[in-house]
Design a protein around this ligand. Structure first.
Ligand SMILES: C[C@](O)(C(=O)O)[C@H](CC(=O)O)C(=O)O
Length: 298
């Protein structure tokens, strides 16, 4: 029996000398490229899923089913590489959160984060976010923890709070601490923008729970390298936009060039689309097909 991805993620988390670096992926190509680049974990960005699967900005429009479907595809490209997936608010009340947890477990997701925004949420870096009460947030965490227990899973539950913007640092840390006491495994303070905030979350959870940091370039996120994050005590760092930003910029440029010049020949010497097929498993698929054909003939 192969080791479940959640168990692998737990093993990584149990070693505080390691930092888990998870690039944000949102579709088959970005996930394949991140796997081919050798990352030991992936992060399924909800913002990226919303934009790539639905064509809309991250305003809580993606449903649980759409999120789970994307997470399942990504998690099953290489089951030995754990995928941490965005589960937003859990998509409803307690029973919805339980269903989300069960669905993510069945999909092969290794870990997921649950936050305290209202169901019609916004990307964590936008203004005007609204929160549910601490009690309602903790009910979400309890529902996930209880479901995990009933399904005998070890999926990693990451508590995220978006409270920094409206309630401030101390109340945000209190919310995360209560979530960890309720059985969440990891603390994720969303939209950190200063060194003090990053230091404070690491200090509060030192020896109690691993800390996750969301490093989104271009927003107001406090900028750290992987090495600096590790020195602060961060154990998971996710780069939600690392694939989104270059794909947005490069594709926009290529389309502009086609529109203006009527030509795509500047890419002709690059060896694509063949290289892209190779990046997405062409050789393995052809080899498999041949193996079966040979086995029928013999
Ligand atoms: C982490 C995040 O939830 C995501 O969906 O990747 C987003 C990131 C983004 O919008 O770039 C967030 O809310 O921070």
């Amino acid at each position: 029996m192969p080791v479940p991805a959640s168990t692998r993620l737990r093993a990584l988390l149990n070693d505080p000398s390691q930092i888990i670096v998870a690039p944000g992926v949102y579709d088959g190509i970005s996930a394949r490229l991140a796997l081919n680049a050798g990352f030991g974990a992936l992060y399924m960005t909800g913002a990226g899923t919303s934009m790539s699967a639905l064509g809309v900005a991250d305003l809580g429009l993606a449903t649980m089913t759409e999120m789970k479907q994307n997470a399942e595809m990504i998690a099953n490209l290489d089951r030995s590489v754990p995928v941490i997936a965005d589960a937003d608010t859990g998509y409803g009340a307690t029973l919805n959160v339980a269903r989300t947890t069960a669905s993510y477990i069945a999909a092969g997701v290794a870990g997921f984060h649950l936050e305290d925004q209202v169901v019609n949420k916004k990307c964590g870096h936008l203004a005007g976010k609204q929160l549910v009460s601490k009690e309602e947030y903790l009910a979400r965490i309890h529902a996930a923890v209880e479901t995990r227990k009933r399904l005998e899973s070890d999926i990693v539950i990451i508590a995220r709070t978006d409270a920094l913007q409206s309630l401030g640092l101390e109340e945000s840390l209190n919310r995360l601490e209560a979530a960890v006491n309720a059985g969440a495994d990891v603390a994720f303070l969303e939209a950190i923008s200063t060194r003090e905030e990053l230091e404070a979350v690491c200090a509060r959870f030192k020896g109690k729970a691993p800390v996750m940091y969301g490093m989104v370039q271009g927003f107001n996120a406090y900028k750290v390298t992987v090495q600096e994050a590790q020195a602060f005590g961060v154990q998971i760092i996710v780069y939600a936009a690392v694939c989104l930003t270059p794909s947005f910029l490069a594709v926009s440029q290529a389309l502009k060039t086609l529109k203006e010049t009527g030509d795509t020949e500047q890419y002709s010497g690059q060896g694509t689309p063949h290289k892209l097929f190779d990046a997405c498993g062409l050789k393995e698929l052809v080899d498999f097909d041949r193996l079966i054909a040979d086995s029928i003939q013999n």
